[in-house]
Design a protein around this ligand. Structure first.
Ligand code: ASP
Length: 609
């Protein structure tokens, strides 16, 4: 028999009772987390989002109630009225916030029963992820998931409050819109009233936020869902949440300050006092020192050691001083076995473009002078692992001799990035030895933020045989590089920047083009004719002609920030209802086919070829 709530009112959350409440009456409502039946005594742990309290049903003092408590099963929803009692010292549970008290039941109402769930929120061993996603409502009842979702809320509120205090207005932009320029595939929504026409879900509010600047709102932000139909990688979601912002008249530094401020607030709410301003590094330096545009600075940078070798050394090694020779240092790895050394080369997926010298001891024997200089230059301790990665001596074809700055020629980039990849792979492999990725409690060591700046404006799309926007086509080029737009696109730098944390890109942004003539030039450089540009972005090009203030902004991934702060290892741990790697929602079972009638109404026929 199920009970009704009647006039019973909840007086406390299940995790709220303390010794100071002893002797008081309390009404708790929640789920049966666990039950232990000891014959005359039944112990029930009642659970809600605040925690757990132990309830006691005693056959001697209340046989009727005890009998009723015997009906309770996992995940039944109950209301219990009782008296808070201090536990005697032997039965105190130190692992529970309410562990010094228990509730002695006087009344029990069973508000709802539950089928035996496929797994229990109290289970210590998790079921497989498919099961968790299918029964997400059970999974979300688990303490870890409740903690993550509550943390997500706290972070979002902290960011909203902070941005609002910095003078930003939260303004909504449409979800049913037209194709936006982030470079992924669009999710389309068919129009019923205009058969054959489609809305696109926004890959980001990029053009709307720029139009809000044209419209005079000056500082905009939005914590907003974005939709991108991409081939899913492990750490991607087809819909995800961005902290999106745009402001008028900023230098890049001003945008960075705004972001640093709201990140400070977000990290603070999660218990970490981070320091600002963040390190700033040009793309060129990031590539040369870390072989990546999102450097993980928890490991030592790479060192170019080509000047440690004599001409004869280089000849003997088959290397050229015209390409980089990079020393990677991974601290405290100690001596490697022959087998471990042999595993290094295959870790690198560089298609023969680089040479790897993984046996530094041998190098020390053959080239003692060079080796000792290398040790010095990269400040290596005796138990550090040193691996040398070098270009194979040949200069491959290249699209631009300019590079971002004269230092990084395009043909060198392959060597830098291969070395950067190996640096990270070795860092991961030997993480237990160097412990650089383990949290220390010191935010300055645990969270290595930086701004990567001055990205290249274009990257060469080998498949399409053309230059493509490295960020998006509304990003402003450096003024000094304007004259290279046509002659040497690869050498044009953009006023684009990324916020990076521990080797992860948190977000990217840029100062935008605010002049129509320059926007046209960029479209041209991207191989778009006036006509094509007008067709795709005509409304925007027109808007640019009506007094557009200089403006710029950025977007950061909220899911990723919460994931890092929750210490979770997947975005799915911090998104309430995520999709699988195949873009499926297992709980509601979406996507699904729709009825013939619905399709007909939309003027759509499914092709089977
Ligand atoms: N719209 C860009 C993105 O989603 C961010 C920006 O440039 O503000 O990546």
């Amino acid at each position: 028999m199920l009970d009704f709530l009647g006039d019973l009112e909840r007086t406390h959350m299940c995790g709220a009772l303390r010794v100071s409440d002893s002797g008081k009456k309390a009404v708790l409502m929640g789920w049966v987390n666990r039950r232990r039946d000891l014959g005359n005594l039944i112990f029930i742990d009642i659970r809600d989002r605040s925690g757990i309290t132990q309830i006691v049903f005693d056959a001697e003092s209340n046989p009727g109630l005890h009998e009723k408590a015997r009906e309770l099963r996992h995940e039944y929803v109950i209301a219990v009225l009782g008296t808070v009692k201090q536990r005697d010292s032997k039965t105190i549970n130190k692992n529970l916030a309410t562990g010094e008290v228990e509730l002695v039941a006087q009344e029990l109402r069973i508000l709802n029963q539950s089928k035996q769930p496929p797994f229990l929120p109290s289970d210590t061993v998790l079921p497989n992820e498919e099961m968790r996603l299918k029964y997400r409502y059970i999974d979300l009842r688990r303490e870890a998931m409740q903690r993550n979702i509550i943390l997500r809320h706290n972070i979002a509120i902290a960011i909203r409050d902070n941005l609002s205090a910095q003078g930003f207005l939260e303004i909504e932009t449409p979800f049913m819109t037209r194709s936006t320029p982030e470079g992924a595939r669009d999710y389309l929504v068919p129009s019923r009233v205009q058969p054959g026409s489609f809305y696109a879900l926004p890959q980001s509010p990029q053009l709307f936020k720029q139009i809000l600047m044209i419209a005079g709102f000056d500082k905009y932000f939005q914590i907003v869902r974005c939709f991108r139909d991409e081939d899913l990688r492990a750490d991607r979601q087809p819909e995800f949440t961005q902290i999106d912002l745009e402001m008028s008249y900023p230098q890049p530094e001003r945008v960075w300050e705004v972001v640093e401020e709201f990140l400070k607030a977000a990290f603070k709410i999660a218990g970490h006092q981070i320091k600002t301003p963040f390190v700033r590094m040009t793309y060129d330096e990031a590539i040369r020192r870390y072989g990546s545009d999102k450097p993980d600075m928890r490991l030592p940078a790479m060192t170019d050691v080509r000047d440690t070798f004599t001409a004869e050394n280089l000849e003997a090694l088959g290397l050229s001083p015209r390409v980089p020779i990079l020393a990677l240092r991974i601290p405290k790895v100690g001596d490697l076995s022959r087998k471990e050394r042999d595993e290094i080369k295959p870790m690198l997926n560089a298609k023969g473009k680089v040479k790897v010298f993984e046996d530094f001891k041998r190098l020390e024997k053959t080239f003692p002078q060079a080796a000792s200089k290398i040790r010095q230059q990269c400040a290596a301790a005796s138990d550090d692992l040193i691996v040398i990665v070098a270009g194979d001596g040949k200069l491959p074809e290249h699209k631009s001799e300019g590079g971002v700055k004269p230092e990084v020629k395009q043909h060198d980039e392959a060597v830098y990035t291969a070395a950067g990849f190996l640096r990270l792979a070795l860092g991961q492999k030997y993480a237990e030895r160097h412990r650089a990725f383990a949290r220390t409690g010191d935010p300055a060591t645990d969270f290595r933020f930086l701004w990567v700046t001055d990205f290249p404006m274009f990257e060469y799309d080998e498949e399409g045989q053309r230059w493509a926007a490295a960020h998006h086509p509304f990003t402003a080029p450096h003024e000094q590089d304007m004259d290279k737009l046509e002659s040497d696109p690869g050498a044009v730098r953009a006023l684009a920047y990324d916020a990076v944390l521990n080797g992860t890109e948190l977000g990217s942004g840029s100062i935008r083009i605010h002049r129509q003539d320059i926007q046209r030039k960029i479209f041209h450089a991207l191989g778009m004719t006036d006509e094509e540009a007008r067709e795709r972005f005509g409304f925007f090009l027109e808007a640019l002609e009506y007094g557009t203030p200089p403006h710029g902004g950025i977007a950061l991934g909220l899911d990723r920030i919460v994931m890092i702060l929750a210490g979770a290892d997947s975005l799915r741990e911090v998104i309430p209802f995520p999709k699988t790697a195949r873009a499926v929602d297992l709980m509601v079972d979406a996507p699904t086919p729709v009825s013939e009638a619905q399709l007909k109404e939309l003027g759509i026929r499914i092709r089977n070829d």
